[in-house]
Design a binder for this molecule. Structure first.
Ligand SMILES: [Zn+2]
Length: 281
């Protein structure tokens, strides 16, 4: 049983690295990817041969080769899964694949608050960046002294505002993700995230640390602007667009300064809307 669990985790990690690689390429065109590529080869080296070749074959077709079951559907292709298969995947005593798209399947974390899901469907159509975030997820005064403390503050906020049910569990997952490879990029930005949660929409909290924290960024750069994103599988495609757009916008010092100069959460919200207006419409 533990071997299947660790194999699933290994595939999820590998997929994270591959996505991180794509993400770095869109957000930092000149980034050196040697480290990342080394980690990818290291992680795939000890996969069972059969799993490895199937995984690589899947990756040539889709960016995601291992996906969670969501509401008894394969979240890769949308096919309804037989109850017996759902149970088998939940039990995880061996690897299972979708009978339709052949992706590997796993049983997801229950994280997204259901109440929030139904509420968001009833709202008027949103535009721009407000499709992905909302005023109550602005955190202009992060107080944490370390990366972990900052992430804890952001996870608490997401839970307090009802975007996820369990803030502590969210923090564990975010730290696990950060341990694979740091999500910090140039210019004092970071994109910590948790992927593969079940249901709901993509939601993003924006946090500012005026004095900055060490977050594994390039060189000794301190990270000051955090975009923390919770990503249900169905929204993965939006995620890369979101990150690419944010990285492009905040490559400009002027745009970063507008966020950093906000003194209240409301000012931060307005600055975010204003700076990203042309990027997301
Ligand atoms: Zn499928």
């Amino acid at each position: 049983m533990t071997t299947t669990h660790s194999l699933i985790n290994q595939l999820i990690q590998l997929q994270e690295l591959i996505v991180a690689n794509m993400q770095k390429r869109v957000s930092q065109p000149n980034a050196r990817l040697d480290e990342l590529n080394k980690s990818i080869s290291a992680l795939s080296a000890d996969l069972p041969q059969q799993v490895k070749s199937h995984f690589n074959r899947l990756l040539q077709k889709h960016p995601e080769a291992i996906v969670p079951i969501a509401n008894d559907l394969c979240s890769g292709c949308g096919m309804a899964m037989a109850k017996s298969l759902v149970q088998a995947v939940h039990k995880a005593d061996s690897m299972h694949r979708c009978p339709n798209c052949a992706r590997y399947l796993y049983y997801p974390e229950q994280l997204v608050a259901r109440e929030k899901v139904s509420r968001s469907y009833g709202e008027a159509r949103k535009t721009g960046i407000s499709r992905f975030t909302s005023p109550e997820l602005m955190m202009v005064k992060l107080e944490g002294e370390t990366g972990e403390e900052v992430l804890a503050e952001m996870c608490n906020c997401m839970a307090k505002e009802g975007f996820v049910e369990d803030g502590e569990h969210l923090l564990d997952l975010a730290l696990q993700r950060e341990a694979i490879i740091s999500t910090a990029v140039d210019n004092g930005l970071a994109f910590p995230h948790v992927r593969g949660v079940e249901g709901g929409g993509l939601s993003m909290a924006v946090g500012i640390s005026k004095k900055g924290v060490k977050f594994g960024g390039p060189g000794r750069t301190l990270t000051r602007i955090f975009f923390f994103v919770v990503i249900p599988t169905a929204t993965s495609a939006f995620y890369l667009k979101l990150i690419a757009g944010l990285a492009r916008t905040f490559r400009e010092k002027e745009a970063r300064d507008m966020l950093l100069e906000a003194n209240t959460d409301e000012e931060l919200w307005k600055a975010l809307i204003k700076t990203t207006k042309k990027t997301f419409n």
